[in-house]
Design a protein around this ligand. Structure first.
Ligand SMILES: *[C@@H]1O[C@H](CO)[C@@H](O)[C@H](O)[C@H]1NC(C)=O
Ligand SMILES: *[C@@H]1O[C@H](CO)[C@@H](O)[C@H](O)[C@H]1NC(C)=O
Ligand SMILES: *[C@@H]1O[C@H](CO)[C@@H](O)[C@H](O)[C@H]1NC(C)=O
Ligand SMILES: *[C@@H]1O[C@H](CO)[C@@H](O)[C@H](O)[C@H]1NC(C)=O
Ligand SMILES: *[C@@H]1O[C@H](CO)[C@@H](O)[C@H](O)[C@H]1NC(C)=O
Ligand SMILES: *[C@@H]1O[C@H](CO)[C@@H](O)[C@H](O)[C@H]1NC(C)=O
Length: 542
C-alpha cells in the first residue's frame, strides 16, 4: 500500500490526502515498517556529532538508520571527485523570488492556479512574496558563498522577462536586468550559474491563448524566449537546461488532473491523451532550443545544453517474471518517455504498443532534430519504488502512468522496503537507487554526461528546521553512490542539493523546509544555514 507518491512535486499533498482518507491504513503501514526498522541489527539508540564537526552537539532518540555518523562524515571526500566537478544547490524562480507583480513581471500559470484555488495551497498567502529572493539576491549569494558551493542551479522566470510570453508583447528590461545582476553577482563570488529555462512556470497568456503545452505552436514562443536568453546571458551562462521534469507535468497535471486548466474526462476510462501531447511538445521545445543554441550560439559562447528529468529506480515487486517486466515497463514509461526520443529519436516500443494512437508521432524531420538533442542529461533523484504488475487500470492510482500496467509500491511481496523510512522527511531513502539509475542511463543511452540536478529530503516533521540531522546521512550516502558510479565509468559532472533555500513546494507551500539555508518566516525571513548545510560546507572545504 502506498503512502508516498514517487514524485516529490506532489509527494506531500498526496500523503496528506491519503492519510486524511485512509488514516487507519496509513498507520498500519507505518507501524509495520517501524517494527522492521527497530528490529534490524544496525539499530542504535542515539548518535552524537562532535562540536568540531558541525559546531553543535545533537542527539537523536530514534533515528536508527543514521548509524555511525562519523563514518558518513568521513566519506566520500571531495577530493576524490573529478577536479572540475560542480557541487551546488538549487532553486527555481517561482519557488523563491516573490515580487510576483513587481518589476514588470506578468502573471504566470501558478499565480492564477493559486488565486483560483487558495484553499488547496498551504502558504498561498506567501506566494506574492515567497522568500523575497528578488529583493535579497545579493545577500542570498553571500549565503551560497558561505556554503562553499561552486555552482548554483537557478531558473529564469519567463513571465519576468516576457510578461505575456511573446517578444511581440515586449521585453521587460527590468526583469532582464534582474538576471543580469544575479548572474554577475554569482560569478563575482566564484559561483557558476547553472540555468534552467523553464521550471514549471510560464506566462498565463501562453496558457490562455494557446492552452500552453497542449498546443504545438508553443514551440515557436519557447524558441523566441530561448533566443533572448542565449543572446542576453550566453556570454556568462555556460550550462543551460531547457526544461525541468516534463514527465511530472504530464503525469500530475494532465494524466491525474491536478491543477489542470483544461481537464480531459479520462478518469473513468483511464484512456488519457493530454499527458502524451504535453510531453511531446515539451520534447519538441527542448530539441528546437538545442538546435538553435547549437547553430547560432554554441560555437562562440562555448556552453553546453541539456534537459532535466525526474528519475527513480524501479525494482521488481517479486521475482515473478511479470513483476520483472513491470519494473522495466515503469522505467520505460518514466525515464524512456523522454530519454528514448532525445537520444534515439522516438518513444520506447512498449509505449507505442500500450498507448497506441494516443501517443503522438514525430515526423521524420522531427526525429532527426530530436535524436541526439542533448549535451547532457540532468536527473532529479529523491527515492525509488518497487514495481508490481497490474493489468486492471482502475487499480493504478496516485502518480503512476495508467498505461504502464504497473503500480509503484513502497513494500515488496515480502513486506520489505527499499532502503529505510526517514520519518522526518516522510521518504524511503534508497541511495543505491541513484547508483542504479546512473548505471541504467550509462548502459541504455550511450554513456552520456549526467548532472544530478536535484537530490535531497524534506524536513517537515521536526520541531527545529535548523536541526535537520537526518539530511546528513541522506546527502552523504547519495554522494557516496555518486562517487561509486563515477568510479564505474558513469560520466557525472555535478551534484546539486535541492534546495539551497526553503522553497515554495506548490500545494505543500513552505511546510517541508527543503532548504539547507533555512528561511524564518517569523523573523523577517532571516536566512540561516541548517546543520546539514554546515555539514555540506565542511564536506566541500576539506
Ligand atoms: C494554438 O495556438 C495558435 C496560436 O499560435 C492559436 O491560433 C490556436 O487557436 C491554438 N490552438 C488551440 C487548440 O488552442
Ligand atoms: C503514428 O503512426 C502510425 C504508423 O504510421 C499510425 O498507425 C498511427 O495512427 C500514428 N499515430 C498518430 C497519433 O497519428
Ligand atoms: C478492476 O478493479 C476494480 C476495482 O477493484 C473492479 O471494480 C473491476 O471490476 C476490475 N476490473 C476487471 C476487469 O477486473
Ligand atoms: C485490483 O483489481 C482486481 C480485479 O482485477 C481486484 O480484485 C483487486 O481487489 C484490486 N486491488 C486493489 C488493491 O485495488
Ligand atoms: C514524526 O517524527 C516523530 C519522531 O520525532 C515520530 O514519532 C512520528 O511518528 C513522526 N510522524 C510521522 C507522521 O511520520
Ligand atoms: C558506499 O558505496 C559503496 C559502493 O561504492 C557501498 O558498498 C557502500 O555500502 C556505500 N555505503 C553507504 C553507507 O551507503
Amino acid at each position: 500500500m502506498e503512502i508516498l507518491s514517487p514524485l516529490r512535486f506532489w509527494k506531500t499533498i498526496l500523503t496528506i490526502l491519503y492519510v486524511a482518507l485512509f488514516p487507519s491504513l496509513s498507520a498500519r503501514v507505518q507501524d509495520s515498517h517501524l517494527h522492521k526498522t527497530f528490529s534490524s541489527s544496525d539499530f542504535v539508540t542515539s548518535f552524537r556529532l562532535s562540536t568540531a564537526q558541525i559546531g553543535e552537539t545533537t542527539t537523536s532518540p530514534y533515528d536508527s538508520s543514521l548509524g555511525d555518523l562519523q563514518k558518513f562524515y568521513h566519506f566520500p571526500k571531495r577530493k576524490s571527485f573529478p577536479p572540475n566537478f560542480l557541487f551546488g544547490a538549487g532553486t527555481s524562480a517561482l519557488q523563491v523570488e516573490g515580487a510576483a507583480s513587481q518589476g514588470g513581471r506578468g502573471p504566470g500559470i501558478w499565480d492564477d492556479r493559486i488565486n483560483r484555488n487558495k484553499g488547496a495551497f498551504i502558504d498561498g498567502d506567501k506566494f506574492p512574496t515567497m522568500i523575497q529572493h528578488y529583493k535579497r539576491y545579493k545577500e542570498d549569494v553571500q549565503h551560497l558563498k558561505y556554503l562553499g558551493i561552486n555552482s548554483y542551479r537557478m531558473s529564469i522566470s519567463w513571465s519576468r522577462v516576457l510578461p505575456d510570453g511573446t517578444i511581440k508583447g515586449g521585453v521587460n528590461q527590468e526583469g532582464v536586468d534582474f538576471y543580469n545582476h544575479l548572474i554577475d553577482e554569482l560569478l563575482e563570488n566564484g559561483i557558476t550559474p547553472f540555468v534552467t529555462i523553464l521550471h514549471f512556470d510560464y506566462p498565463l497568456a501562453i496558457q490562455k491563448n494557446l492552452h500552453g503545452f497542449l498546443n504545438s505552436s508553443i514551440v515557436n514562443y519557447f524558441k523566441d524566449y530561448c533566443e533572448l536568453l542565449f543572446k542576453t546571458y550566453g556570454d556568462r551562462v555556460k550550462h543551460w537546461t531547457t526544461v525541468n521534469e516534463p514527465q511530472i507535468v504530464g503525469l500530475f497535471t494532465y494524466m491525474h488532473g491536478y491543477d489542470n486548466d483544461d481537464p480531459e474526462p479520462c478518469q473513468a476510462t483511464k484512456l488519457c491523451k493530454q499527458a502524451y501531447t504535453v510531453v511531446h511538445n515539451y520534447i519538441l521545445c527542448h530539441a528546437t532550443a538545442v538546435k538553435l543554441y547549437r547553430e547560432k550560439f554554441q560555437a562562440t559562447q562555448g556552453g553546453e545544453i541539456g534537459l532535466v528529468i525526474g528519475s527513480e529506480s524501479f525494482e521488481p515487486y517479486s521475482s515473478k517474471s511479470e513483476d520483472v517486466a513491470a519494473a522495466e515497463r515503469l522505467t520505460d514509461f518514466f525515464i524512456g518517455w523522454i530519454l528514448d526520443p532525445v537520444v534515439y529519436g522516438d518513444y520506447p516500443k512498449i509505449m507505442r504498443e500500450l498507448v497506441g494512437n494516443r501517443l503522438p508521432n514525430f515526423t521524420e524531420d522531427e526525429k532527426k532534430m530530436v535524436a541526439g538533442s542533448t549535451d547532457f542529461i540532468g536527473i532529479n533523484y529523491y527515492t525509488s519504488h518497487f514495481a508490481k504488475h497490474e493489468t486492471n487500470k482502475t487499480n493504478i492510482t496516485l502518480s503512476d502512468n495508467y498505461d504502464a500496467l504497473a503500480r509503484s509500491e513502497d513494500f515488496n511481496a515480502e513486506g520489505k522496503a527499499l532502503g529505510y523510512l526517514d520519518k522526518r522527511g516522510h521518504t524511503f531513502v534508497y541511495s543505491e537507487g541513484l547508483y542504479n539509475i546512473l548505471q541504467h542511463i550509462k548502459k541504455e543511452y550511450q554513456n552520456p554526461k549526467i548532472y544530478i540536478t536535484e537530490n535531497g529530503i524534506p524536513s517537515f516533521n521536526i520541531t527545529n528546521p535548523l536541526k535537520d540531522i537526518h539530511r546528513i546521512k541522506y546527502l552523504a550516502t547519495h554522494l557516496n553512490y555518486t562517487k561509486a558510479a563515477i568510479d564505474n565509468g558513469v560520466r557525472v559532472g555535478g551534484y546539486f542539493v535541492w534546495a539551497a533555500f526553503d522553497t515554495f513546494e506548490f500545494r505543500a507551500g513552505f511546510s517541508q523546509n527543503w532548504g539547507i539555508i533555512h528561511v524564518d518566516f517569523n523573523n523577517n525571513l532571516k536566512r540561516s544555514p541548517t546543520i546539514a548545510g554546515k555539514w555540506y560546507k565542511r564536506f566541500l572545504n576539506t
